[in-house]
Write a protein that binds this ligand. Structure first.
Ligand code: PMV
Length: 348
C-alpha cells in the first residue's frame, strides 16, 4: 500500500576526494577507485513533499524550489535523474513531489553542490521507499541509496556515509565496487579523527568545465590508461596510510592526486587550466609553511580554482592563524569555509 501523503526532510553533505574520480563509462561507472573524506558543515537540506496521484500518469510530476525560489532551470537534471532511477523506484510516477532544497555553503561559491544535492534527494526518495517496503535492512538501504545517488552524480554516491568512503572496485579493498560507495572498511588511525578541511574560495566564477565534459575528456586521453593505473596504486597507498596514520605519506598522495587531476585537464584536447594565479600562490605558501614549521598541512583541489586545506585537529589554532595572516588575501572577498570530516546523510 502506497502512503497517501507526507513530508520527508534530510541533510546530506558534500565530500572531497583524496584519490580522484576522473573518467567514467556508462552509466556513471568510474574508470578507477576513488576515496574521499565526507564533509560535515557543507551540506544540502532537502524536503520532499509527496502526495499520491489519483491516476497513473504518463510523466513525472514535480516542482523544485532552491533556497525558496522556484527553479525551472534545474528541472531537466532532476527529470533525467528520475528517468534513470525509475526502474529501481517504480513508485515515482504515482506521486506529485515538491522538492525544496537549500545549501549551507554560499550559492555559486565554486563548491560543487551536486554531491550533496543528489545524495540528499536520493536519501529522501529512499525514505519513501522504506515506508513502502518497511522490511528493507539498513545495509540494503544505504547501499541502494548510494547506488541511486551515483546515477544522479557520480561523486554523490560517496556522501551518504562517513568519515571516509570508497567507490570503485579494487581487489585489495574489501567490498569495494563500481555500483555504489562503501564506508572505508578498515580501522582508521586516530590521526585522522576530526581532520579539518578549510576551503579557500579563490574564484567563485562559473565552472569553466562541467564535470560531464571533464570526464569525457578522458576518452582517448593520451595518459588515461596510466592515470587509471596510478589511481589504483594510490588507493592502496592511501588504504595503508589511513590505517597506519602516516601523515607525511598522506600529504604526498593527496597533493599528487590534486595536481594530477589538473594535469589531466591541461593535457586533454581541448585543454584547460582551472587553477588561477591565486591557487598557485596558496600552494606555494602552504609548501613554505610546511617547510618552516614541520606542519602536516596539505592541499587538495576539485575541478576548479578553490583550495581545500587539510590538516589534523591538533593544528587547528595555528593553521587558522596562518590562513588569517597569510592566505585570506588570495581568497575572493576574503572568503573561506571551515569544515571537517563528517558522518554522512541524516533524516531530520
Ligand atoms: O561527480 P562528478 O561527475 O561531478 O565528478 C566529480 C569529479 C571530481 O570532483 C573532480 C573528483 C571527485 O572524485 O570527486
Amino acid at each position: 500500500e502506497l502512503p497517501v501523503e507526507g513530508v520527508i526532510t534530510c541533510t546530506s553533505p558534500s565530500n572531497i576526494a583524496l584519490v580522484k574520480y576522473w573518467g567514467k563509462r556508462p552509466v556513471q561507472l568510474p574508470e578507477n577507485t576513488s576515496i574521499s573524506f565526507t564533509l560535515d558543515g557543507c551540506k544540502t537540506t532537502t524536503s520532499l513533499t509527496y502526495k499520491r496521484r489519483d491516476t497513473i500518469a504518463e510523466d513525472f510530476d514535480f516542482e523544485l524550489f532552491f533556497e525558496g525560489k522556484l527553479k525551472p532551470d534545474f528541472r531537466p537534471k532532476i527529470k533525467n535523474f528520475f528517468r534513470r532511477i525509475e526502474e529501481y523506484l517504480p513508485f515515482l510516477k504515482q506521486y506529485t513531489f515538491t522538492i525544496e532544497t537549500s545549501n549551507t555553503f554560499p550559492h555559486s561559491s565554486g563548491i560543487a553542490s551536486s554531491a550533496s544535492g543528489m545524495s540528499a534527494l536520493a536519501f529522501c526518495l529512499m525514505q519513501l521507499e522504506k515506508k513502502i517496503h518497511p522490511k528493507i535492512t539498513n545495509e540494503v538501504f544505504i547501499k541502494k541509496t548510494s547506488f541511486l545517488a551515483r546515477l544522479g552524480s557520480g561523486s554523490a554516491c560517496r556522501s551518504l556515509e562517513g568519515p571516509i568512503t570508497v567507490w570503485g572496485e579494487h581487489n585489495d579493498i574489501e567490498g569495494s565496487n563500481d555500483a555504489f560507495a562503501i564506508k572505508f572498511p578498515y580501522e582508521i588511525h586516530s590521526n585522522f579523527e576530526d581532520y579539518q578541511d578549510t576551503i579557500l574560495l579563490i574564484d567563485k566564477g562559473e565552472k569553466q568545465v562541467s564535470s560531464t565534459v571533464g570526464h569525457d575528456l578522458m576518452h582517448g586521453h593520451p595518459f588515461a590508461a596510466k592515470r587509471f593505473e596510478q589511481a589504483s596504486e594510490n588507493s592502496i597507498k592511501l588504504k595503508e596510510i589511513l590505517t597506519s596514520g602516516d601523515l607525511d605519506a598522506f600529504i604526498e598522495v593527496v597533493e599528487s592526486e590534486a595536481l594530477t587531476l589538473h594535469a589531466m585537464m591541461m593535457t586533454s584536447l581541448p585543454y584547460f587550466i582551472l587553477m588561477k594565479p591565486n591557487t598557485l600562490s596558496v600552494i606555494n605558501k602552504v609548501w613554505e609553511y610546511r617547510k618552516n614549521t614541520g606542519s602536516k598541512l596539505c592541499f587538495t583541489l576539485d575541478a576548479g580554482a578553490n583550495v581545500h586545506l587539510l590538516f589534523p585537529y591538533s593544528e587547528k589554532e595555528k593553521v587558522l592563524e596562518f590562513i588569517n595572516s597569510k592566505l585570506v588575501a588570495y581568497c575572493q572577498n576574503g572568503q573561506y569555509i571551515c569544515d571537517k570530516i563528517g558522518l554522512g546523510a541524516k533524516l531530520l
